[in-house]
Ligand binder design. Structure first.
Ligand code: GDG
Length: 730
């Protein structure tokens, strides 16, 4: 078992300088707690920026040595890097774009350059300790390019990536000038995780539409591996919050705060200073609430904690001023000597104080305009030991997908927020307890430890699967092994797929026709009396016979419907009918008329709907509609509906290349069996082959084949070397 390397922008430590002395304090954040069980073990390590800029070499060495004791390794950033990479590109470009505040996003080439440089700096730091066999878990939007950088250096290492903030819809993401590099950067990972299904599908849609990487059930095929994209809603350390709420200190503080606040109802709001959190909008809703329901004056107050954050960034300074002004206005307008509408604190509090705040709050008002998850609402639930309290939660927070027992609101709808506050303040206790119990059960179960285990287990599982599917590059050594076996063999059976394997893939028949080079190779292969060459293709039999019929080859055409041994006549694998075409053809024609760019190919015993030239996205959408339409109609017709590479094919059940290939194996036993193919239909052939067969996949996606080559050109070179022909162009 290799070690695990956690990577995030910030290390889980706070280092401050007091009178020239460096002081270290570990962070108690949710992520640090959850990952504590990992990075503190054995050789495992957490790599990141320690949070302050250090110039002196000697001081860097001291910090490095000190952090090493805690299994941490620092990446030192200069002041310029913090400005351009962190405040600039991460928080000034990516953060607003990903939170649907694109009007705030800065597009500056220099910031992007710094982002790339710092991601690479992280990569180099990781390479100091990473080895094949290790697992690297990269966190969040500051390091989107890192997975690809690591993949280039360590091709087989296991890499997980988790994004803590939303992934925006394609329409928003595509506005970024560097969108393609970002997607490729993330796809360097083996597992890409988001908090919600919506983030995940937005990412998949961008990958498909912007860089042509389509997916099947969340799996994206890449060079020689596939990337899994999935949702992993993050939880909190439930017990920590429940225990803190029950502690003596929290109890004492609760009594103290209660006395100070008086006995009216309390609404709690806790956020980092950020425009994504909807703080001004929430204050305006509270103002309208007091106006609409004057009977609540002196009966309810907001306790609002805003934790200072990014206050060097202009937009955040403006936001702080806006909040200060709004609080002043509302308190000035409604406040009385005996009552303050909003208690506002611009600072952070220790956990025990937070627990006391959560406990005394009758309502938690959590109204972000966008939030990847939002942990505050989960912490409020965990702190409610007596189960009394109401959560008002924005639909735009990832947490809303799990917490349907909260009062869910659209934060842009001020009237809905006002009604929700009214409803929450009037909710009967039994109802509060009922909802809170359900939410607690869920938050307790799906806690931070559950989240960490789920992600890590999935990553391990993927790596294991990838290893079992990995094809080996057909290198010199493998070639020699194949050539030796070929030369020694008494009888050889060789299956060759046509399009994409022997010739380049093309929709135009003249481009797909065999040229002199290919014909020469096939002639040499068939000239050897020990060889039996089978052309096994999805193409119609007439075209293939026309092109290759003069050679001494066998044919398996239309994916195994039509069979022909050398000069014999054509046979069908079984008695098939094509009556079904009359019923299916009009459906396909309907889809052609609805989908510009699509077309129908008619074969003897199958129909194919092609959508290669259809607008990206529309083709995939129609495919899903068409497939379910056809599956419903064809249920009793003994047909199969197959979704392939930009095609949907309908054919008789039980017909595939594998079945036909098996018939040949039985009829023509051989001590050297080899199959070459490039697409999903050839996987059936590979799977039908005996264990000792040589199977070669053209292309780099994962396959049941033992070896892979890059293109049809390499196939030609390989075959000509096998038959010792020297005329093939290099
Ligand atoms: C990002 C995503 C996602 C707040 N005030 C105090 C204090 N806090 C703690 C809370 C909570 C944390 O800060 C805030 O977490 P959130 O999840 O609400 O928001 P972000 O900081 O924006 O986090 C977010 C998260 O990553 C995890 O993936 O949920 O969507 O934006 O834990 O308790 N802690 C202390 N004193 C305070 O005054 N001790």
């Amino acid at each position: 078992m290799g070690k695990t390397i956690i990577v995030s922008n910030r290390l889980p430590v706070n280092i401050t300088k007091k009178e020239g002395q460096l002081l270290y304090k570990s962070s108690a954040g949710g992520l640090a707690t959850g990952l504590g069980s990992i990075y503190k073990e054995g050789d495992n390590v957490w790599i990141g920026w320690p949070g302050l800029s250090i110039k002196k070499e000697k001081e860097k060495q001291t910090v490095t040595a000190e952090l090493k004791k805690e299994n941490m390794q620092p990446v030192f950033l200069s002041k310029a890097e913090i400005r351009d990479f962190y405040e600039g590109f991460s928080n000034g470009t990516l953060w607003p774009n990903f939170h649907y505040f694109n009007q705030y996003a800065i597009y500056e080439q220099d910031l992007w350059e710094s982002y790339k440089t710092v991601n690479y700096k992280f990569c180099l730091e990781i390479l100091k300790v990473a080895e094949e066999g290790d697992t690297i878990w990269v966190h969040d939007y500051q390091l989107l390019l890192l997975p690809e950088m690591l993949r280039e250096k360590l091709p087989n290492i296991s890499i997980g990536f988790f994004q803590h903030i939303p992934f925006p819809s394609y329409e928003v993401f595509r506005l970024l000038p560097w969108r393609k590099e970002i997607l490729f950067g993330m796809l360097g990972a083996d597992l890409v995780g988001f908090h919600t299904y919506d983030d995940m599908r937005h990412f998949l849609s961008s990958a498909s539409r912007l860089i042509g990487k389509s997916n099947s059930q969340g799996q994206i095929p890449m060079d020689n591996r596939y990337v899994v994209v999935d949702s992993f809603p993050m939880g909190i350390d439930y017990d920590k919050y429940a225990e803190s709420a029950a502690s003596e200190e929290a109890l004492e503080r609760e009594t103290k705060y209660r006395t100070g606040l008086g006995d009216h109802k309390i609404i709690i709001c806790i956020d980092r200073l950020d425009y994504s959190k909807g703080i001004p909008q929430r204050l305006e809703a509270f103002e309208l609430f007091l106006q609409k329901y004057p009977e609540y004056k002196e009966n309810v107050s907001i306790l609002m904690i805003v934790v200072p954050s990014r206050d060097q960034v202009e937009k955040y300074k403006e936001l702080k001023e806006e909040i200060d002004e709004l609080v002043g206005r509302i308190n000035g307008r409604f406040g009385r000597i005996t009552w303050t509408p909003i208690y506002y604190f611009y600072r952070s509090f220790p956990l025990k104080a937070l627990s006391a705040f959560y406990k005394i709050a009758d309502v938690a008002l959590v109204t972000p305009m966008r939030d990847g998850m939002n942990l505050v609402c989960k912490e409020y639930i965990a702190s409610k030991i007596d189960k009394k309290g109401v959560l008002i939660l924005s639909e735009m927070a990832g947490a809303s997908k799990e917490l349907s027992d909260a009062i869910l609101i659209n934060p842009n709808d001020i009237n809905e927020v006002v009604s929700a506050i009214h409803q929450a303040l009037n909710m009967p206790e039994e109802e509060q307890i009922r909802h809170m119990t359900i939410m607690q059960q869920s938050i307790k179960k799906y806690n931070i430890h559950h989240w960490v285990n789920l992600f890590m287990d999935r990553l391990n599982e993927i790596k294991g699967k990838q290893k079992s599917l990995a094809t080996k590059k057909l290198d010199k050594e493998s070639f020699q092994m194949i050539k030796n076996r070929y030369d020694k063999a008494q009888k050889r059976l060789i299956y060759l797929d046509y399009d994409g394997t022997l010739t380049p893939f093309s929709d135009e028949p003249q481009k797909a026709a065999p040229g002199d080079e290919l014909l020469e190779i096939l002639q040499q292969l068939t000239a050897d009396p020990l060889n039996r060459i089978v052309i096994i293709s999805g193409r119609d039999r007439h075209t293939l016979e026309n092109w290759l019929g003069h050679l001494d080859v066998d044919f398996i055409c239309e994916h195994g419907v039509w069979l022909k041994e050398k000069t014999n006549s054509w046979n069908m694998i079984e008695k098939l009918t094509d009556h079904w075409k009359q019923e299916i053809l009009p459906i396909l024609e309907l889809y052609v008329s609805r989908t510009p760019g699509s077309l129908i190919e008619t074969k003897d015993y199958s129909l194919v709907w092609h959508y290669r030239k259809v607008e990206t996205g529309l083709g995939e959408l129609r495919t899903r509609e068409l497939s379910s339409h056809l599956k419903y109609i064809s249920a009793n017709m003994n047909l199969q509906v197959l979704e392939g590479d930009m095609v949907v094919e309908i054919k008789n059940s039980g017909v595939n290349k594998g079945r036909a290939a098996t018939a040949w194996l039985e009829k023509f036993p051989a001590d050297f069996v080899m199959a070459l193919g490039d697409d999903w239909t050839d996987e059936d052939t590979f799977k039908a082959m005996p264990d000792n067969a040589i199977t070669v996949k053209v292309g780099s996606s994962s396959s049941a084949a033992r070896f892979n080559v890059v293109s049809y050109k390499e196939v030609r070179k390989f075959l000509s070397q096998i038959v010792e022909l020297n005329t093939v162009s290099q």
